[in-house]
Design a protein around this ligand. Structure first.
Ligand code: UDP
Length: 236
């Protein structure tokens, strides 16, 4: 396939290909944490994250959430709709962990009474600072109608994924989403994987996500494999 590198991020490469309005996204084994300060590699991560993301994108599409996913091309790459990424990262939280636990002085693992939505400005140089709707308006990162759609889709995605994962003995603690504009519509983009979500085993509360890498807990590859197995077993 003829491809031209358009953008290389920390975990993915995005290529332009001969098809109009289509990009090829290749998932890498490279891993970073703490805004790029910690670097490493997780063997097999590219393949796992591509497969887990593809599976979730298909599940979400079936339930009426528009996504950028078109089809898998090989084990670690997929064709996606060529969106213009909205520079607002959306974090959805069901259980206190990470930066929320720190900021509000909560014990990790406390179930929140309601899901929490947070916005961060997508900027590596600034370390993705937290922002709110007023910053988004002032900076014209997105229109109010787009943010309303993003909020509605984010809660819907949370309901669908949390329910699907609960049946597979996984607690969806929190996760990060990115959206893009495509032909005038807001659609889900980026990835949904153990890199961008906190997944805990429902029974043991064992971490099955990137926190194993961030916190040097060991068993990183095994945890990612376990997520792929539980997410994909039994089909959709
Ligand atoms: N997250 C992400 N990319 C980021 C920041 C956060 O995918 O640049 C995900 C992270 O994996 C977790 C959720 O968003 O599932 C909330 O992260 P948090 O704000 O707690 O920050 P962290 O503890 O990861 O620094």
């Amino acid at each position: 396939m003829d491809k031209r590198l358009k953008y290389e991020g920390k975990a993915k490469r995005v290529y332009e290909i001969s098809e109009e309005d289509v990009y090829l996204v290749e998932f890498k084994d490279d891993a970073t944490a703490f805004n790029g300060k910690k670097k490493g590699s997780i063997q097999g991560k590219g393949v796992i994250n591509a497969k887990v993301s593809a599976h979730f994108f298909k599940l979400l599409e079936e339930q009426g959430v528009p996504t950028h996913f078109i089809e898998m091309v090989d084990d670690n790459s997929m064709k996606v709709k060529a969106v213009e990424i909205i520079p607002v990262e959306v974090v959805v939280r069901n259980i206190a962990a990470g930066s929320l636990a720190k900021r509000l002085g909560l014990e990790e693992g406390i179930h929140l009474k309601k899901p929490v939505l947070e916005f961060y400005y997508k900027s590596d140089e600034l370390g993705d600072p937290m922002i709110n709707i007023y910053h988004i308006r002032a900076m014209e990162f997105a229109k109010d109608e787009e943010m309303q759609k993003i909020e509605e889709l984010s809660f819907k995605i949370n309901d669908i994924l949390a329910d699907y994962l609960e049946k597979r003995d996984i607690l969806l603690v929190d996760f990060k989403l990115e959206f893009g504009r495509y032909k005038g519509k807001v659609i889900l983009a980026d990835e949904i994987s153990p890199d961008t979500c906190r997944f805990w085993d429902s029974k043991t509360k064992e971490k099955l996500d990137k926190d194993r890498f961030r916190r040097d807990l060991g068993g990183v590859e095994e945890a990612y494999q376990e997520v792929l197995k539980r997410v994909t077993e039994g089909g959709c």
